[in-house]
Ligand binder design. Structure first.
Ligand SMILES: Nc1ncnc2c1ncn2[C@@H]1O[C@H](COP(=O)(O)OP(=O)(O)OP(=O)(O)O)[C@@H](O)[C@H]1O
Length: 707
């Protein structure tokens, strides 16, 4: 099964959009590829079984439970029935050996294809027949014959009695279509051997095609080889199996060449050149380094550089380079400053490796099937909702193909990338697409990982990722149509207090949620707060955020706090005062005007740096002044100079808002109120003002308990 981005790129832009005129679903006509299930043309990513059966990823879903079957997942397919691993365990697959199974398989008049995992030792114990392009048997029971052809078909010749692999047993005459994601198709013999030798995982992923009794398997014999083919398997020579084959085969070859051009080019290297070559990374997909082990067969004397077919999606990022993670990942966002490495190698990097394991074009490499990608993988990203809809939202988000999105206007530029408005071509929904323009995959990975794990109305909603044609990766999030808070503060003609308080409350709610999840934003500022048309505020831009997991202190305080919510019905709600984490040495990042003094002074800090930044936002909301020291008075410590700042505030400022701004911008971070308190206080203030009532004193009660 190959589910390749490279394939996607080739398919997307080379094939005209037409309906299916293919005589055989799933097989190409005039180089157009059709989905075996929905019969429509495939333009983007595709799944394939063997070399000639193709599916839209979303069509490759379990007939029984509807779950999409992702790459590397087990499946079983016979006739129109495609079952995921779980369902095929419940419904026993057709089997040709036992009586019962023969009864079952009689229902099916075709071969049965399935992916499974078998122990490596089991694979090694099997005996195989391997055929080359000329249909010569080139490998039989450990005897490799010389051949300058390419491998085309691999059959299990015999399963020795002394090997067993538990539940699943291979059978003689099973055709192996894929091993560890690599198609048994057009590999040089040496590569094939290498493939076997390099199986270093305990469990090996294989795709098997099993003949159903009474039916012959479809042969894959090129027309030009038929007349010379005196060694082909008897079943392959049956005349009826050759109907339509020549035409189809050529088209498949033509399309395959488009899909794997590098491989084709490289396999033209003469086999007898005594080169010892390695592969370099080709654009779009990873490569193997293949070297012939001359010990293994004295008759094969050459080594050959071969580009493996795009493998299935078992990739992981390369192990992070500590210097990289300390250095290049941390930028002073708006100032564009690069900070020297500090002990800030957080667990996030490691976590994001797993979460992004299947996203190509960042640092990646082939990985064993045992450590299958979790998190944002294609299999999670592209599930079908029901038979009528294409995609469904999930925490893991969508994977957008080039044809899924219509590019719109630019929404703005950030330090790391450019943001565009895009429209989903199917649903018409508008999203924001952040395209990475800097070579800083670490920050991008962080942002993606953090966004993906969050779900709150006041936190920017993650939608999915987009894999652009030219490579790279873009982040798709909800589109906020109200602009940034900064632009609203600067430009809005009238800015009622109720709106300002609501915005402040929303930010506090979002940040409270963030801190609850032990994530420090580190770049909270009015440019990174986006607004909806109705002025709901949403915290965005998590490129500099980091988790401080495992470092939380016990709640420092708890108190009973009277909250007048729900139309001022007084409820007494016990709250814990925000969980403060231990302070630690972390990188100086963020935007100067909003930066907490402890960070600026390179002291140890914790999540309270966000509270300070929030305080500066409150100051902006209060005064509508630029937070730059030229406009917003600061003392020598760069802290808000309240005696000089207060006279700049409008006379009708809600005093509670001023009090909150003063507390949140305190020099000593231990005395800043956590977002939980800010949120409740602002909610109360909002309720009071909304109902035109006097401001309650709960916030002051709360503070007096705290300090
Ligand atoms: N989801 C979105 N909806 C609408 N506009 C957006 C969205 N995301 C970003 N923008 C716009 O694009 C601009 C750039 O956003 P981005 O997050 O890349 O950078 P930034 O926050 O300005 O800078 P930096 O990454 O340096 O902190 C924003 O200022 C905003 O105007």
């Amino acid at each position: 099964m190959v589910y390749s981005v490279l394939n996607c790129l080739y398919r997307c832009y080379q094939i005209p959009l037409t309906r299916n005129h293919s005589p055989e679903p799933g097989i190409e006509t005039n180089s157009i590829m059709f989905c075996e299930k929905c019969k429509n043309q495939i333009q983007g990513l595709f799944m394939n079984i063997g070399k000639d059966r193709f599916f839209h990823p979303e069509c490759f879903s379990c007939t029984n439970c509807g779950q999409m079957i992702g790459d590397s997942q087990q499946y079983s397919k016979y006739l129109e029935t495609l079952l995921c691993g779980k369902c095929s365990q419940r419904k026993s697959p057709p089997h040709s050996n036992t009586k019962n199974d023969i009864n079952t398989t009689r229902k099916f008049s075709n071969s049965h294809v399935f992916r499974t995992y078998v122990p490596r030792a089991y694979i090694n114990g099997l005996e195989f027949d391997l055929f080359d392009t000329a249909k010569r048997k080139i490998y039989q029971s450990g005897q490799l014959e010389y051949s300058d052809g390419l491998t085309t078909e691999l059959f299990v010749r015999r399963v020795p009695d002394n090997i067993n692999c538990g539940v699943f047993q291979l059978e003689s005459d099973d055709r192996i279509l894929e091993i560890e994601g690599v198609l048994i198709l057009n590999q040089s013999i040496q590569d094939f051997q290498e493939l076997f030798q390099n199986l270093n995982t305990t469990m090996v992923s294989i795709v098997i095609e099993r003949k159903i009794p009474g039916q012959a398997m479809t042969p894959n014999i090129p027309l030009e080889n038929i007349s010379h083919n005196n060694q082909c398997r008897p079943q392959e020579c049956k005349e009826d199996n050759l109907v339509n084959q020549p035409q189809t085969q050529r088209h498949i070859e033509a399309t395959r060449k488009k899909a794997f051009p590098v491989k084709d080019k490289q396999t033209e290297i003469p086999n007898n050149t005594n080169q010892h070559s390695t592969l370099t990374k080709a654009s779009g997909y990873p490569t193997h380094t293949l070297q012939m082990d001359n010990q293994s067969d004295s008759r094969v004397t050459s080594t050959q550089t071969v580009q493996m077919p795009a493998p299935s999606m078992k990739f992981s990022f390369s192990a992070p380079d500590p210097s990289d993670s300390n250095g290049s990942e941390e930028y002073c966002s708006s100032q564009g400053e690069f900070t020297p490495p500090i002990d800030d190698m957080d667990d996030l990097t490691t976590r994001s490796e797993t979460a992004l394991a299947s996203i190509p074009n960042l640092e990646w490499k082939l990985e064993s099937s045992s450590s299958l990608a979790t998190g944002l993988s294609r299999l999670n990203a592209l599930r079908t909702e029901d038979s009528n809809s294409i995609r469904r939202s999930s925490n893991d988000g969508f994977l957008f193909r080039p044809s899924d999105l219509i590019l719109g206007r630019s929404l703005g530029n950030g330090f790391f990338g450019q943001v565009y408005l895009v429209t989903d071509s199917i649903t018409g929904k508008k999203y924001a697409m952040k395209q990475l323009t800097r070579e800083d995959s670490c920050s991008f990975k962080k942002e993606l990982t953090i966004l993906k794990s969050l779900s709150h109305p006041n936190i920017l909603r993650f939608i999915g990722v987009f894999l652009p044609e030219k490579g790279g990766i873009s982040l798709i999030t909800e589109f906020l149509d109200g602009g940034t808070l900064n632009s609203v503060i600067c430009k809005k003609e009238t800015f009622p207090w109720l709106d300002r308080i609501r915005i402040a409350r929303d930010i506090a709610a979002g940040m409270d949620y963030l801190h609850e999840h032990i994530i420090v934003h580190r770049d909270l500022n009015s440019h990174n707060v986006l607004l909806r048309k109705d002025l709901t505020a949403v915290v965005a831009d998590f490129g500099l955020a980091r988790t401080v997991e495992g470092e939380a202190l016990k709640p420092v305080n708890s108190l009973r706090f009277k909250s007048k919510r729900n139309n001022c019905k007084t409820t007494t709600k016990p709250i814990t005062m925000g969980v403060k984490t231990i302070k630690r040495k972390m990188t100086i990042v963020g935007s100067m005007a909003w930066m907490a003094p402890e960070m600026m002074k390179e002291k140890l800090y914790n999540e309270m740096v966000d509270v300070y930044s929030f305080g500066i936002i409150l100051c902006e909301l209060l005064s509508r002044l630029n937070p730059d020291p030229d406009f917003m008075p600061r003392n020598r410590e760069y802290i808000v100079d309240w005696p000089n700042f207060l006279p700049k505030l409008p006379p009708n400022c809600p005093s509670l808002l001023i009090g909150l701004a003063q507390h949140t911008t305190q020099d000593d971070s231990d005395y800043r109120p956590p977002f939980e308190v800010c949120h409740i206080a602002l909610q109360d203030l909002y309720n009071q003002m909304d109902l035109n009532q006097s401001i309650n004193t709960d916030y002051h009660d709360c503070l007096s308990l705290l300090y």
